[in-house]
Design a binder for this molecule. Sequence first.
Ligand SMILES: Nc1ncnc2c1ncn2[C@@H]1O[C@H](COP(=O)(O)OP(=O)(O)OP(=O)(O)O)[C@@H](O)[C@H]1O
Ligand SMILES: O=P(O)(O)OC[C@H]1O[C@H](OP(=O)(O)OP(=O)(O)O)[C@H](O)[C@@H]1O
Length: 232
Amino acid sequence: MTIKLGVPSKGRLMDKTFEWFANHGITLRQTGAEREYSGAVDGVDGVELVLLSASEIPRELAAGRIHLGVTGSDLVRDKLSQWDAKVVELARMGFGHADLILAVPKAWVDVDTLDDLDAAAAAFRARHGYRLRIATKYHHLVREYLKAHGVADYQLVDSQGATEGTVKNLTAEAVADITSTGETLRANHLKILACDPVHKSQATLFKSRTAHCTDADRAAMSVLKNMLQVGD
Ligand SMILES: Nc1ncnc2c1ncn2[C@@H]1O[C@H](COP(=O)(O)OP(=O)(O)OP(=O)(O)O)[C@@H](O)[C@H]1O
Ligand SMILES: O=P(O)(O)OC[C@H]1O[C@H](OP(=O)(O)OP(=O)(O)O)[C@H](O)[C@@H]1O
């Protein structure tokens, strides 16, 4: 057996994850062609690299199919109910920072806070006969947040990408999405509500609580954790 380490297979998180491990003396590398999803680990024995979609890493950790995984803290919290019973946060990695926020059209001059949104949602339902639509892929986190803040008169509509475009396309009135520079929101004439973000995300190294380990795996895990200077 080997320790399986799941890492995002492309994009912004993959490159920075490789850098982060390199800074700890461990080389992660893609083997084969640029888009081939196979990899290798140098610098520590008994660890295997598995390249996966960032959004699938939480599920693979929870199922115990990988022992360690790097992904956004937002994705783990959204995709795993009672996430901390299934995975342990070993290290916040200091990149991939993004805030999950709520945003409404800039033209809604009377809506700046969650209380305003609540009032606008009630008025919207009275006027249109259906609930104000909030487009998001973060269903679980957004529902919990709005419930905790007493906003009820809304419906979530699923958007797996280009979420800020849903308002212009008239498939939603508001959005809950990740932002880092704010450029996509500005370009789509949206403004962030003045309230705490739903979640402040960053790339995080997680350990599965369920993945099976042999004695050799436990030894490899211990060496790896020492090199990464993490404990759990
Ligand atoms: N603009 C951004 N800046 C920084 N981090 C971001 C940004 N957008 C998304 N992220 C973070 O990147 C992580 C992965 O998001 P992304 O949408 O790239 O993954 P994905 O859609 O699962 O990838 P894949 O297409 O492989 O399924 C999330 O944790 C998210 O918080
Ligand atoms: O604040 P900004 O720097 O403008 O970044 C925010 C955008 O980045 C992400 O989208 P991504 O690029 O992953 O594309 P997607 O919409 O297809 O998910 C996110 O969903 C926002 O749309």
